[in-house]
Design a protein around this ligand. Sequence first.
Ligand code: PRP
Ligand code: URA
Length: 213
Amino acid sequence: MNERFPTLHIVNHPLVQHKLTEMRDKNTSVKDFRTLVSEIAVLLTYEATRDLPLTTKRIETPLCQCEMPTLAGKKMAIVPILRAGLGFEDGILSLIPSARVAHIGMYRDEETLEPHFYFLKYPKDIADRDVLVVDPMLATGGSADMAITKMKELGCKNIKLMILVAAPEGVEYIYKKHPDVEIYCAALDDHLNENGYIVPGLGDAGDRIFGTK
Ligand code: PRP
Ligand code: URA
């Protein structure tokens, strides 16, 4: 837990930090960036799912019968924020293959930095599922707030937010509006610049994943 923001968890595992540094480097290719974002998604998911409930089941090893831990079968949904959140999707599903996926589309107006909503498709039973909203970047917090608010409107009660790089401004915004939402990230960066970009950051995550610049 972070001293400044009680709901923030920074995953400082050396593998996460190493991969993030590679991603920040402006000379990293689109192909490598995409591979790294997927790998880091697995490592962040490992931490974000640390409190999944366990039960036990009876099995037989080659040596004896025993009662051993197994997932209690909590139903989950991941919610990638388009576009950049898609970069996390495969990595998360490789660890939680039975999770359902709700896609939410929004983009930031480059002048006002306000999020604009354009798409939402979700599983019918989403209100019964634990929800993991995912996006590599938390800048002003406007996009994550809109995604979390929409999930709450659909009846979701247990929501977490998984980010790669967060700005203090965005974490504060989400903490104030959604103190019930735990935030997992790989780094809490220094500040937002006058264009709403995270510094030092890694640039525009969507453009770097999809090679659109
Ligand atoms: C980026 C990023 C977040 C948002 C963060 O998306 O992936 O969704 O900005 O900024 P905020 O915290 O200030 O809302 P962008 O709007 O660039 O869209 P894209 O993923 O389609 O490139
Ligand atoms: N969105 C990004 O992709 N990068 C930033 O630094 C801020 C918002």
